[in-house]
Design a protein around this ligand. Sequence first.
Ligand code: KIV
Length: 298
Amino acid sequence: MSTVSVFPVVSARKKVTVLTFREKKERGEPITMLTAYDYPTALALDQAGVDSILVGDSLGMVVLGYENTLPVTMEEMLHHSRAVSRGAKSALLVGDMPFMSYQVSVEEAVRNAGRFLQNGGMDAIKLEGGRERIEAIRSIVSAGIPVMGHLGLTPQSVHQLGGFRAQGKTVAAARRLLEDARLLEEAGCFSLVLESIPAQLAEYISLQISIPTIGIGAGAGCDGQVLVTHDLLGLFERFTPKFVKKYADLHDEMQKAFSDYIADVQTQQFPAAQHTVSMAEVEWREFLQAAEQEISPL
Ligand code: KIV
């Protein structure tokens, strides 16, 4: 007798590594990256074939409901990193170092970066900043930990930047960004996020450095693209940045499903027979008889 599986065959993908990133840039193949913070999303992203998953500190805003990313802790990042690593086996997993986990000293930066690999199941880390982070990046890379840089709109510096605003729009600012990109490459970053900078500048930087650039709000000239998954799915209702393309409206879908459930319970449409555990009539009658004998007075 032949057994036919009822599950579709999902062919195992080769693990994406930092070398895959480099090869993709060399071949001119766009790199895909999205964020995840939990097991089911990581599983779906991995099965869809995304190259890389970022456990971003955007976690703080889109999942934990904080005003910005500043309150996010190492413990929160590691907790969500572990969930993601249990769901995704092929994508390159990047853990985002939260505010104050790498700014105080190089030693703390290396120790916390190491925790993402040792306790979080990540393959690499990301941190924000340019020239001021070179020493930390060099030391983390020397410890054998791949580092992704992040330039342009760096949300952990929201107060210094005067809000979530586009960067690199003047000659001086653009030159500084290009210099920082070169410095991060020299320091050993394997890749670089460019957030909210003019498209021409992002493309120019991408051509000037050998490591892949991953853009978010930085135009089509980058070597890859990243979005916050909750923005793409329409799950974060507080605001949607201009550069986001919404592929679904899951907040509305969720609300509709919840309202339908509430209405079904209130009108006793749920649970129906098919949602209920049944018992053979004969067993039930015997049970009732025994129960009634037990409670009847002697
Ligand atoms: O935290 C995050 O999700 C990020 C991306 C926006 C790049 O840093």
